[in-house]
Design a protein around this ligand. Structure first.
Ligand SMILES: *Cc1c(COP(=O)(O)O)cnc(C)c1O
Length: 356
């Protein structure tokens, strides 16, 4: 028998979550964000399951070219644009769309002699201060794009810093709409959080990522409330059991000490598999279909769980680290991180099993 750890990937959940995005944003086209290896689910696998999407968004030219080679016919957007002029002919040849977010990219575009015109999305820095032209440079950048022979269609986009938080999006929307008003270009603003909470910014294209994978973008609202289902279930099994006496300690550093006699299960899953090492004792784990908790430090290949209330559980009992019955957001919160990081950090050594 192989090591029991694997990630089950439920493709019907992926399709269902896309349908939920469409129901929430019925008038917008959907650009499915499949960067970072489809948030750890496998980019081409995610793209195939999301074939009903109107477009895909990725980070690198390599990802976009692989999508094309796999037969994707939709618009494919490079979210950070191009990194050097040598990428431009390939972007044009493959008919890819690119973000243009910086003066350096504008210069490269103006100098390029390309085999075809490119679709570009002009990115506005409406307040996040990550990528994009600041408001006072927007009009000049747009004028240069309009005059650029390499440029075909133009869209206007921005990205929200706090669509998932109380701070909200109002200030950024005001900046963006102030610049885009009256201009005849398609617009795109909404990530998953804005798609779900702010219908007024659906505009022409929404850009959901995390919700497609069945995780909630919000700390205060579960994914199930939006009809979303987890796509990835990280599953393993108990490979050993220890009987502790009062005062016995568990794992490296002995950070957990038993207050009374108890049984501990050892699970085949560790930080080298992508499970967060900083998850503390008490982080939720499902064992044999029941709620349990992590005990002690996470090791490279193993972690320990509490079996004191699960007398029937033993070697071979199934364990869910996150997914079905245990939303990844709950594990992320306990570990002081976010679902995105746990999903993306799944290690390549963990076998993925597709469920159609
Ligand atoms: C990653 C990303 C998204 C998707 O964000 P989610 O929070 O996963 O929905 C949308 N737009 C841009 C520009 C991104 O980088």
């Amino acid at each position: 028998m192989p090591r029991p750890l694997h990630a089950r990937i439920d493709l019907s959940a992926l399709r269902g979550n896309l349908a939920a995005a469409r129901r929430a944003a019925p008038r917008a086209r959907v650009m499915a964000v499949i960067k970072a290896n489809g948030y750890g689910h496998g980019m081409l696998r995610a793209a195939a399951a999301l074939s009903e999407a109107d477009g895909f968004a990725v980070t690198t030219l390599e990802e976009a070219v692989a999508l094309k080679a796999a037969g994707a016919a939709q618009a494919i957007l490079l979210l950070e644009g191009f990194f050097g002029p040598e990428e431009l002919p390939e972007i044009a040849r493959h008919g890819l769309s690119t973000v243009v977010h910086s003066p350096e990219q504008l210069d490269m575009l103006e100098r390029a002699r390309l085999p075809a015109k490119m679709a570009v999305w002009l990115k506005v820095n409406s307040g996040m201060n990550r990528l994009g032209f600041p408001p006072q440079q927007f009009a000049a950048a747009l004028a240069r794009l309009r005059d650029c022979p390499a440029v075909g269609s133009i869209g206007l986009m921005t990205h929200f810093a706090s669509a998932d938080e109380a701070a909200g999006i109002a200030a950024q929307v005001e900046v963006f709409e102030g610049l885009a008003a009256g201009r005849p270009y398609p617009r795109s603003l909404a990530n998953s959080a804005a798609l779900l909470r702010y219908p007024e910014v659906h505009a022409d294209w929404v850009r959901p990522g995390i919700m497609l994978y069945g995780a909630s973008p919000f700390a205060d609202q579960a994914a199930a409330e939006w009809g979303l289902r987890p796509v990835m279930t990280l599953e393993s099994a108990i490979i050993a059991v220890q009987q502790l006496r009062r005062g016995d300690r568990v794992g490296y550093g002995g950070t957990f000490a038993a207050e009374r006699p108890m049984r501990v299960g050892v699970v085949a899953c560790g930080y080298a598999d992508g499970y967060p090492r900083h998850a503390p004792s008490g982080t939720p784990v499902r064992v044999d279909g029941q709620d349990s908790r992590l005990l002690g430090r996470v090791s490279m290949d193993m972690l320990c769980v509490d079996l004191s209330h699960l007398p029937q559980a033993g070697v071979g009992s199934p364990v869910v680290l996150w997914g079905d019955g245990l939303p990844v957001e709950r594990v992320a919160r306990a570990a002081g991180t976010i679902s995105y990081q746990l999903l993306c950090a799944l290690a390549p050594r963990v076998p993925l099993r597709e469920i159609p």
